[in-house]
Design a protein around this ligand. Structure first.
Ligand SMILES: [Zn+2]
Ligand SMILES: [Zn+2]
Length: 166
């Protein structure tokens, strides 16, 4: 075997070991319920760590999906994402502009485990609007109505819709 081939092999081995180690530490630091973030990090820095770490995201996602939803909500991962979304929304409900009882709602659960890469599939809602969204989606089970509501939401016309159709 040539030296070049040997060097290449050991390069791949050490890259593999490095990604493995980074993935282990990502899971250890960001996916343990109730673990705290380093207080020196801004919401944006936290998002950067979640989004651009040199890890195996498939493994990260599998780990997230293995958690109960309740545990997931307590992870530094989700807490960083939800605070960043609220910060981007100006700490207001994206439907009615209320500033109380804010939650980050999944428009689409298929992104579960990959939330960091799909921030646009998450929306900040107050408690009342959140209940309304869940009630509507259960009531209608109608994907096109939900999509229509999001178009209205994006146009800022959602309150009009509820005035006409309630
Ligand atoms: Zn609201
Ligand atoms: Zn929700």
């Amino acid at each position: 075997m040539s030296d070049i081939k040997n060097n290449e092999d050991s390069f791949h081995k050490s890259r593999y070991a490095e990604i493995l180690e980074n993935t282990r530490s990502f899971i250890e630091n960001y996916l343990q319920p109730n673990k705290n973030w380093d207080l020196g990090l801004s919401p944006k820095d936290r998002m950067i760590k979640l989004k651009y770490s040199d890890v195996n995201y498939r493994e990260v996602s599998d780990h997230i999906k293995s958690l109960t939803y309740e545990s997931f909500l307590k992870t530094p991962y989700w807490r960083a994402i939800t605070s960043y979304k609220k910060y981007l929304a100006g700490f207001r409900c994206q439907v009615c502009n209320s500033s109380s009882g804010l939650n980050t709602h999944h428009r689409n659960y298929e992104i579960h485990g990959y939330e960091h890469a799909h921030l646009n599939e998450l929306v900040v809602l107050c408690h009342e609007c959140h209940n309304l969204f869940h009630a509507r989606s259960i009531q209608t089970k109608n994907q096109s109505l939900t999509e229509f509501l999001f178009i209205l939401l994006n146009l800022g016309l959602i309150s009009l819709f509820f005035v006409f159709f309630s």
